[in-house]
Design a protein around this ligand. Structure first.
Ligand code: HEM
Ligand code: HEM
Length: 581
């Protein structure tokens, strides 16, 4: 096909605009830094001039200046009224005065909010979910890291169990069902009882669900490495009995959540619960549709695959995380969500459009043209919930931007929201026919997957975990390492995705010009190296996250001063018991 000017294509224009957003932000930071540098330079020049002037002064002038200096330097000693006595703090009212031992060049971030009372049994359950999720993040992304290395060094091993084709689904399924899903479920076990103002219906069911989900990822990963899979369909490579374990795990927790919401003592069902419950219902529907035996052949199977893939990411991960964001963002900013109605509009618009867009994975395939067109129109329609959601979050932030620099959790929230906007709209741009012609089958899709699943979902989950674990355990993570986690993950993601997007565009254009395939493989080599470098930074950041998680939950004996009424009563009871024994 003869190339047109690609810069006239709306999909390309949208993508360039989206890519420009982080570049513009980075440029603004660069300009501010350069301006400060220039200011410093001018100041030093002025200082030199002033120095020369001082040197040229005669004795009398110097005397006058010395006298004036003394006058200006005079100040009260501040002990005129208080005297010289050393201050003491017998009532223990002053905190954080041992600053000599603290690192001073890092700003002290705000600590998590005071610990609300959460039943100890529920706390334990939530920490189990989050701990298992952290394990799967390390496992899944270590596999991802190894896959990235294989692009650079394809002959690194020759074991069938470690072959690319087997390990790739181990990576995707472990991060999907092990990491992100378990983290989301653990957070939901915190959010649902709180916004319902009722205790969780059953903690036992929570554990059963945890065991089933973990079992499915363990067995599923072993089966995949052994070569036992559900054939082709992406993200449904686990054989059906394994996926059934996962589905039952979600189903029993869904019933548990529904019972809790039914027992609520609030009048309204808070918007978070709408999102979370719907996400769980959607997951069960799509899993049954995807595994149903009667449409596992031919074009029907392809249509179902598209439906499953995009409902998986959109109606499970995205819907669930939006629900969590509607709880956590207002909490962290200590103000209500900007607009409850906008939240509901985004909810219904998401359900309307997201369910229509599956076929955009198979543009120019043998699937009916009209069905492809519906998917493209639906992909454009997705602008409505994405813009509504982003506006709602940004307007909630409005007036609280200053809190960003003083908090170690909010930057994670913000990056999640920014990628929600840019990553999703990048998807809209990818769905257009021309852009899909260039990018489909290239690594552009892999870049999009990570900008969304990593940029949106992982960043949001990390923000939420750093928010609630200190509230549950009373232990804060080391702030320097949280910062290192944030920056390594963000910079790693940019290194991973931007070169892939650039290289893939060149590759797609090469294919359209009819150049030999192998030339396009050679072209991609440096971009794959960048992916491996970015992936390594991301992987390192996960080690830091795991360490922070460990610090937040480790059982170190610390003297804790109870703050909530329930904790005070418990402490009093324990003290009474000790005194009577
Ligand atoms: C406005 C919303 C979105 C639209 C219109 C959209 C569009 C697309 C399109 C057109 C593709 C297929 C590209 C191709 O194969 O040629 C795709 C792939 C993908 N998208 Fe999105 N996307 C959106 C949001 C998201 C979100 C929020 C996530 C994750 C949370 C996500 C995750 C993925 C993944 C993982 C793939 C790769 C699927 C595969 O393996 O082929 N997308 N998206
Ligand atoms: C250290 C971090 C990670 C590295 C190095 C990494 C690396 C990789 C590699 C090399 C692939 C195969 C790409 C291909 O076939 O061309 C891949 C695929 C994928 N990864 Fe990751 N990954 C990481 C983290 C994650 C995380 C945390 C998630 C989700 C939560 C994720 C989701 C995916 C998805 C959805 C695909 C399939 C992409 C597609 O078909 O479009 N990855 N990853």
């Amino acid at each position: 096909m003869k190339n047109k000017n690609i810069f006239n294509e709306s999909g390309i224009i949208i993508t360039i605009v989206l890519i420009s957003i982080p570049i513009i932000i980075a440029s603004i930071i660069l300009i501010i830094k350069a301006y400060n540098l220039l200011k410093k330079y001018v100041r030093s020049k002025n200082a030199e001039k002033f120095n020369a002037y001082l040197k040229a002064l005669d004795f009398d002038d110097i005397q006058k200046l010395e006298k004036r200096k003394k006058e200006l330097a005079f100040s009260l000693s501040n002990t005129e009224l208080a005297g010289e006595a050393i201050p003491t703090d017998a009532k223990g009212l002053i905190k954080n005065i041992t600053e000599v031992e603290n690192i001073r060049f890092i700003e002290q971030k705000k600590k998590g909010q005071p610990r609300p009372y959460v039943e100890p049994d529920l706390t334990k359950l939530i920490l189990w979910y989050l701990g298992c999720a952290t394990f799967w993040l390390l496992f899944g992304t270590s596999i991802g890291e190894y896959l990235g290395i294989k692009f650079v060094a394809p002959d690194v091993d020759h074991y069938s169990w470690l072959s690319f084709g087997r390990l790739r689904p181990v990576h995707t399924n472990a991060v999907f069902w092990g990491w992100a899903s378990l983290a989301m479920m653990g957070l939901a076990y915190y959010v649902i009882p709180r916004v319902s103002n009722a205790p969780i219906a059953s903690i036992k069911i929570g554990y059963r669900s945890l065991i089933l989900i973990n079992a499915s990822v363990v067995i599923g990963s072993i089966c995949l490495m052994a070569g036992l899979n559900n054939s082709g369909g992406e993200y449904r490579e686990y054989v059906w009995p394994v996926m059934a374990l996962f589905g039952i795990g979600i189903f029993i927790s869904l019933l548990n959540f529904l019972k809790t919401i039914a027992n609520r003592t609030t009048k309204e069902i808070y918007v978070s619960n709408w999102y979370i419950i719907s996400a769980m219902m959607f997951l069960l529907v799509i899993a049954i549709v995807a595994y149903w035996p009667t449409w596992q052949n031919g074009l029907g199977e392809t249509i179902v695959q598209g439906y499953y893939m995009h409902q998986g990411v959109g109606m499970w991960f995205m819907l669930f995380n939006l629900g969590l964001m509607y709880y956590f963002l207002p909490q962290q900013l200590n103000k209500p969500i900007y607009s409850y109605s906008l939240g509901i509009l985004a909810f219904w618009a998401q359900i309307l459009f997201y369910t229509l867009i599956g076929t955009h994975h198979f543009i120019f395939s043998a699937i009916p043209w009209w069905l492809q067109t519906i998917a493209i129109v639906g992909s454009v329609g997705m602008i409505i919930p994405v813009v509504a959601g982003t506006t709602n979050f940004m307007m909630t932030f409005k007036g609280s931007w200053h809190k960003l620099s003083g908090s170690y959790t909010l930057p994670f929230y913000l990056i999640g929201i920014v990628f929600y906007f840019t990553g999703s709209l990048q998807g809209t741009a990818e769905a257009f026919r021309f852009t899909n012609l260039v990018w489909h089958f290239t690594d552009f899709t892999v870049a999009h997957s990570h900008l969304t699943m990593y940029g949106i979902i992982c960043f949001m989950l990390w923000g939420f975990i750093y928010t609630i674990v200190p509230r549950l355990t009373g232990k804060e993570p080391p702030q320097l390492i949280v910062g290192a986690h944030f920056w390594l993950a963000l910079i790693g993601l940019l290194f991973y995705t931007f070169p892939l997007m650039y290289g893939s565009t060149l590759r797609g254009l090469m294919w359209m010009e009819g150049k030999p395939f192998i030339d396009s493989v050679a072209l991609m080599a440096p971009y794959w190296l960048w992916r491996a470098i970015g992936g390594t930074l991301m992987w390192l950041s996960h080690l830091l996250f795991a360490y922070n998680f460990y610090v937040m939950i480790r059982n170190k004996k610390e003297i804790e001063i109870p703050t909530s009424p329930a904790d005070i009563l418990k402490a009093k009871q324990e003290l009474d018991e000790q005194l009577t024994n």
